[in-house]
Design a protein. Structure first.
Ligand SMILES: [Zn+2]
Ligand SMILES: [Zn+2]
Length: 208
């Protein structure tokens, strides 16, 4: 089991003081509704452009949107497993890993640190737009909203599983899997919005 935080035990109620500079400390905190709204608005704009300005058939567009969504769930899994939980072999990597994810494992219920600062999210969205546009041209206007809706739902699900008690329906597995990732086995259950890739790639929590 990889230990990626600093604390021996996660602090369920505390919050890390990450920067001595008060401005940086403030910027490191984001209310979850801000990036979610940003991504959904960007998705809507992109969809509008796709529908009004491109000649792509709407049926193809919807399939591209779904593909973008599924692609996001894979990126989410991949980033969480290989980047957020990388083995830090230099002090810089260690600091980066702690800032982006270790701190969340130390303070899992600190609700202001469940998303990146808005300007970082905006920069990511802009870079993704450029990459998708380069690869698939006008089709990107349908693919990007799928990806961004995936991102927004990941942020929403992650917030909800930390902020609210589990429901009594089949969505409960999302709570159970993420609790196992935090409190029992950080080498399993990397998918937050869906266990799909954990099932396909064999990282579902063991039954016992
Ligand atoms: Zn979490
Ligand atoms: Zn993690």
């Amino acid at each position: 089991m990889k230990k990626i935080g600093r604390l021996e035990k996660p602090d369920n109620f505390g919050s890390a003081h990450m920067f001595s500079n008060p401005i940086l400390e403030r910027i490191s905190r984001t209310h979850i509704s801000i990036p979610i709204t940003m991504f959904l608005v960007m998705a809507l704009i992109s969809f509008y452009i796709a529908y009004t300005e491109t000649s792509t058939f709407i049926g193809t567009g919807i399939l591209l949107l779904i593909a973008g969504f599924i692609f996001f769930t894979f990126v989410e899994y991949f980033m969480h497993k290989y980047f957020f939980h990388m083995e830090p072999n230099t002090p810089i990597k260690d600091k980066v890993q702690y800032s982006i994810h270790g701190v969340h494992h130390d303070y899992p219920k600190d609700k202001d640190r469940l998303a990146m600062p808005p300007f970082v999210s905006a920069a990511y969205a802009a870079i993704l737009y450029l990459i998708f546009k380069l690869i698939m041209g006008d089709l990107a206007y349908y693919f990007l909203p799928g990806f961004l809706i995936g991102y927004a739902s990941y942020l929403g699900v992650h917030y909800i599983v930390h902020a609210f008690p589990p429901p009594k329906n089949f969505f409960k597995t999302l709570w159970v899997n993420h609790a196992i990732h935090h409190y029992k086995d950080p080498d399993s259950a990397f998918g937050v919005s869906t266990p799909l890739w954990d099932i396909i790639l064999g990282t579902m929590p063991k039954k016992d």
